[in-house]
Design a protein around this ligand. Structure first.
Ligand code: FBP
Length: 558
C-alpha cells in the first residue's frame, strides 16, 4: 500500500471480512472436476466469428463438480493478472481470490500483476504478488494495487510483444479482469496464443459497473451492485433535498455507457420522478424533440399541482440512442477517422466543428450546428481505444436542461406555463467506481478470482470465469466457465467490422422494465421517493446482503 494511504476505521474493519466461497470451490482445484457441456456457437454472425477464431471457436461450456483432480495440483504454474478498463468495486478481491485459489492448489504456484492495464504486458511492467503486499488490499475498492488502463492489444507488434513478455516471464495463464471490450481482447489473445503454440491459457473475469456484460451464464458483472448502491444513496439524498426545499429540478446523468441498467436500478431504488431509458428511446425511435416534450409535460403537470421541483435520471448513453443523434454520431465516427490528419492540424474546437460540418450530409450538418457548442465539441472528442464514443464526456443532462428551458419559455409566452423551473445538473459516475465493495461484490469477486484460478489450473483457454445462481447464499453458487467466443457478434468499430462481445442492453420485454413502465406515472406525479442510505457492511443480513433489483428480477423471474 502507498505510504500516504491510511486506513479508515471502516477499512481496517473490512480487512477482517472473510468472503464465504461457494461450497464447490472450498477444497481447492484438487477436488474439483470440470464437466464439459455441448459445443457452443456465437450469438450471431457465426461464420464470420468462426473465421476469426479458428482455434477457440465452439468450445464447450464448463461446469465444476466435486471430484478429485490431481492434475491441477502437481505442477506449479505461474499466472499473470491484469486489470483492464474502468474501475469497478471488487477488483482487488478478484486478485485475492485468484491468489488464494492458486496457493491452495500448490504453494509453489506464483502470481504476477501487470501494471497499468494491458500496457503493462506490452512494456513488461509487473509486480510479484505476495500475501504480504496483497493483504492490505483485501475487500477494498479501487484498482490501485496494480492500476488499470484501456490499451487495446491489436497490432501484430503488440501481439508479438505480448507473446515475448509472457514467454520471458514463463507465464502459464493470463487472467484479464475486464468488461466487454477487454474480454474481446482476451479472446483475441487466447486465439493468438493457440495459433502461435504458446503454452499459455487466457481467462477473463466479468468486470464493469455498467452491468452490460451478462448472459445465460454470467448473471451480472462485478461492481454493478456496489456502484448502483452508491448512486442510489446520492440520488436518494437529492430526492430528500428536493422534497425539503421544494424549489429545484435536479437532472442527474448516471454512468453506464450505452446500457441503461444503472439508471433503471437507481430508478427503482429511489423512485425518482423522471427516468429515461436509452433502449426504449431507441426502440420507439423517440426524437430529441419528443424526449423534451415528455419531460416538459411532467414538469408542467407537477407545476400545476404546485410542485416546481423533481428529480430526473438520465443514462449517460442516452445520446447514442436518439435516432438523429445516433445517425450523427455514426457519421462523425467515420468523418473523424477519414479526416484525422486534417482535423489534428486545426487549432480551435470551432474550426474543427466547421470543418466536420462541411464533410457531413446536409441534414446532419444542420443538426450539429443546432446543438449548443459545448455539446457539439464534446461529440467530436477522441473515441476510446476500442472505438467507442466517450459518453462520460458528453453532458447530455445540460443539453436536455437547455432544451427544456427553451420549451418552457415558449410555453410561458403562450400562457401555458406559469411555474418556475430552476434546474441543477449532476453527473454521477466516477463517484461509484472505487467504492468499498458491498458484501455481495466482495464475495462475488473473491469467488470469480478463485474460480478463474481453477480454470487456469485446468489449462482452459478462451473462457470467462462464471459464478452463477447469485441470488442464493454464496455457499450454493455454481461455478465454471463460459467460452468467450460464444458471446460475440460482428460490429463496426473505427469504421471496420470487428468481432466483439455483444453488450447486454436493458431488455424491454423483461419483467424489470415492464414493472418500471407500470410504476413510472405514479413516480412522476408523487413524491414516493425512497432514501436507500449508505451501503451497510455489518448488521442484519436483510440489509447487508441485499443485492440489486436487476439481479433478483432477472434470476428468479420475480
Ligand atoms: P468499463 O466498460 O471498462 O468497465 O468502463 C465503464 C465506465 O465506467 C463507463 O460507465 C464510462 O462511460 C467509462 O467507463 C468512462 O471511461 P473512463 O474511465 O475512461 O473515463
Amino acid at each position: 500500500m502507498n505510504k500516504a494511504t491510511k486506513f479508515s476505521e471502516l477499512q481496517a474493519e473490512r480487512l477482517k471480512f472473510k468472503p464465504e466461497l461457494p461450497e464447490i470451490l472450498k477444497k481447492g482445484a484438487g477436488f474439483i472436476q470440470a464437466i464439459k457441456g455441448k459445443a457452443t456457437s456465437s450469438i450471431a454472425d457465426q461464420e464470420k466469428v468462426k473465421d476469426i477464431f479458428p482455434n477457440t471457436y465452439g468450445l464447450p461450456s464448463i461446469t465444476f463438480k466435486k471430484g478429485k483432480n490431481a492434475l491441477t495440483t502437481k505442477k506449479a504454474i505461474k499466472v499473470g493478472v491484469v486489470l483492464s478498463g474502468g474501475q469497478a468495486p471488487g477488483g482487488h478481491n478478484v486478485i485475492a481470490g485468484l491468489f488464494d485459489g492458486l496457493k491452495k492448489a500448490n504453494k509453489k504456484n506464483a502470481l504476477i500483476g501487470f501494471l497499468g492495464g494491458p500496457l503493462g504486458i506490452l512494456e513488461n511492467k509487473f509486480k510479484v504478488i505476495t500475501e504480504e503486499n496483497l493483504k492490505s488490499y483485501r475487500n477494498t475498492g479501487g484498482f490501485d494495487f496494480i492500476q488499470s488502463g484501456r490499451t487495446k492489444i491489436e497490432t501484430p507488434e503488440q501481439f508479438l510483444a505480448t507473446k515475448n513478455n509472457c514467454e520471458k516471464n514463463k507465464i502459464d495463464a493470463l487472467v484479464v479482469i475486464g468488461g466487454d471490450d477487454s474480454n474481446t481482447n482476451a479472446a483475441l489473445i487466447a486465439e493468438y496464443a493457440k495459433k502461435e503454440n504458446l503454452p499459455m491459457s487466457v481467462i477473463g473475469v466479468p468486470k464493469t459497473i455498467d452491468g452490460d456484460l451478462k448472459n445465460k451464464f454470467i448473471e451480472t458483472s462485478f461492481g454493478f451492485d456496489t456502484a448502483t448502491k452508491i448512486y442510489s444513496e446520492l440520488v436518494g439524498n437529492i430526492c430528500r433535498d428536493v422534497n425539503s426545499a421544494q424549489k429545484y429540478w435536479h437532472f442527474v446523468r448516471l454512468m453506464g455507457r450505452s446500457a441503461s441498467h444503472i439508471t433503471l436500478e437507481v430508478a427503482f431504488k429511489t423512485q425518482s420522478n423522471i427516468t429515461l431509458i436509452g433502449e426504449e428511446v431507441l426502440e420507439t425511435k423517440m426524437t430529441l424533440a419528443k424526449i423534451v416534450k415528455n419531460i416538459t409535460d411532467i414538469i408542467i403537470s407537477r407545476s400545476k399541482a404546485g410542485k416546481n421541483f423533481g428529480v430526473a435520471l438520465i443514462p449517460e448513453g442516452l445520446i447514442e440512442f436518439i435516432p438523429e443523434m445516433k445517425e450523427l454520431i455514426s457519421a462523425l465516427n467515420d468523418t473523424l477517422v477519414q479526416n484525422a490528419e486534417t482535423i489534428e492540424k486545426l487549432n480551435s474546437p470551432q474550426e474543427k466543428k466547421d470543418f466536420v460540418c462541411s464533410k457531413l450530409p446536409s441534414n446532419l450538418a444542420e443538426l450539429m450546428k443546432s446543438l449548443p457548442d459545448v455539446i457539439a465539441f464534446q461529440l467530436m472528442l477522441d473515441r476510446d481505444p476500442h472505438g467507442n464514443v466517450q459518453v462520460s464526456l458528453i453532458e447530455t443532462e445540460k443539453l436536455l436542461v437547455e432544451m427544456v428551458r427553451k420549451k418552457l419559455t415558449e410555453f410561458q409566452k403562450e400562457n401555458k406555463f406559469d411555474g418556475k423551473f430552476l434546474p441543477i445538473t449532476h453527473f454521477f459516475g466516477y463517484e461509484g467506481r472505487c467504492g468499498i465493495p458491498s458484501n455481495f461484490d466482495a464475495v462475488y469477486t473473491y469467488s470469480l478470482g478463485y474460480n478463474a484460478a481453477v480454470l487456469a489450473l485446468n489449462g482452459f483457454t478462451g473462457y470467462l470465469s462464471s459464478v452463477r445462481k447469485l441470488t442464493k447464499p454464496s455457499k450454493q453458487w455454481e461455478c465454471g466457465g463460459v467460452p468467450l467466443t460464444m458471446m460475440m457478434n460482428i460490429e463496426k468499430r473505427h469504421g471496420k467490422e470487428k468481432p466483439v462481445i455483444q453488450k447486454a442492453l436493458v431488455d424491454l420485454k423483461g419483467k424489470l422494465f415492464k414493472e418500471f413502465v407500470k410504476k413510472r406515472d405514479i413516480w412522476a406525479k408523487s413524491e414516493s421517493y425512497v432514501f436507500p442510505g449508505p451501503i451497510q457492511f455489518f448488521g442484519p443480513a436483510e440489509v447487508t446482503n441485499i443485492t440489486t433489483k436487476t439481479l433478483c428480477y432477472e434470476s428468479s423471474g420475480k
